[in-house]
Design a protein. Structure first.
Length: 298
């Protein structure tokens, strides 16, 4: 499969080391891994594990001296890739299925031949429906419990086959590069990282592609980047240096919102922007034949 992988990190580099090793072990057709280092204290390029893994796979490291957020990081990586598909992976996942890359390639071909539409995004988790408030309805995955991570049943239902999707979970987003090029990629009008997976999922559908979940067995620890000390520091930096976020934060304070944090400001700002952008498109859901139905979420 002509697939490159991209991973954005800020510290917590032991997870990056493990994921790269996992990809090498389970997906032999993948030749290139792109890493955006968003100001990690220990520079990714200088770690011993990068040198070790480069004996088996090509690794391209892009260094940003501060956290530029996932929207910009993901566009940075994708623009450097000449592959047909580009997979955006969280660093805190692991695949437990050998040759998952070959399974994805086979499944994409089967879907496109059966439904006469191009696949825009493949994910390992996601939902059939999207509510008007952005909630994911009918969440599906083949997540396993591992090192304290939650199994599929905690979030929704377990699948092992493939299913149509509206929203795909951001832990794994394998995007058709033509879709990214046609749509302009990730919308950098959002701030930092919240809502990127919701937005690109709907962007794929609006660009007349279809999305699918494939029940690859995997684990997702969750929160490794988002809750790190460096991440919290960068939220403060985002807020202090962005007029839109600063205005939103001050408005919340004036309303008496004493629980508003820097991260919550970014999340709420992005949710408001998301709701305005996709008004009239959601609620929606995808039926079994990959047809988009608007006006209801199931």
């Amino acid at each position: 499969m002509n697939l490159d992988i991209g991973i954005a990190v800020i510290n917590k580099l032991t997870f990056l080391d493990r994921l790269i090793g996992n990809i090498i072990e389970t997906a032999p057709t993948i030749k290139n891994i792109f890493v955006v280092d968003n100001g990690s204290i220990e520079r990714v390029e200088e770690t011993g594990f990068i040198k070790k893994h480069r004996e088996k796979i090509n690794i391209i490291v892009i260094r940003n001296e501060k956290n530029v957020g996932l929207f910009h990081s993901y566009n940075q990586m994708a623009k450097l890739s000449n592959a047909e598909y580009f997979g955006f992976f969280h660093s805190d996942i692991m695949m437990f299925e050998k040759d998952w890359d070959k399974r994805i390639e086979k499944t994409i071909k089967e879907i496109e031949q059966s439904y006469y539409q191009k696949v825009g995004i493949v994910g390992f988790a996601g939902s059939r429906g999207a509510a008007a408030n952005g909630a994911r309805i009918g969440f599906m995955s083949n997540l396993i419990a591992y090192e304290g991570s939650h199994p599929a049943e905690i979030h929704g239902s377990r699948i092992t086959e493939y299913k149509p999707a509206t929203f795909l979970d951001g832990s794994v987003l394998i995007c058709n590069k033509n879709m990214l090029n046609k749509s302009g990629g990730f919308d950098e009008g959002y701030k930092c990282h919240h809502i990127y997976d919701y937005d690109i999922s709907l962007t794929s559908l609006r660009t007349n592609y279809i999305n699918t979940i494939i029940g690859i067995k995997f684990m997702h620890r969750g929160g490794v980047t988002a809750i790190s000390a460096a991440a919290y520091e960068s939220y403060q930096d985002f807020l202090d240096n962005d007029a839109d976020l600063q205005k939103y934060y001050q408005e919340e304070i004036k309303k008496g919102n004493t629980t508003i944090t820097h991260e919550l400001t970014i999340q709420k700002y992005n949710m408001v922007r998301f709701a305005k952008k996709w008004a009239g498109f959601i609620p929606c859901f995808i039926n079994e034949n990959y047809h988009l139905i608007k006006g209801r979420y199931m």
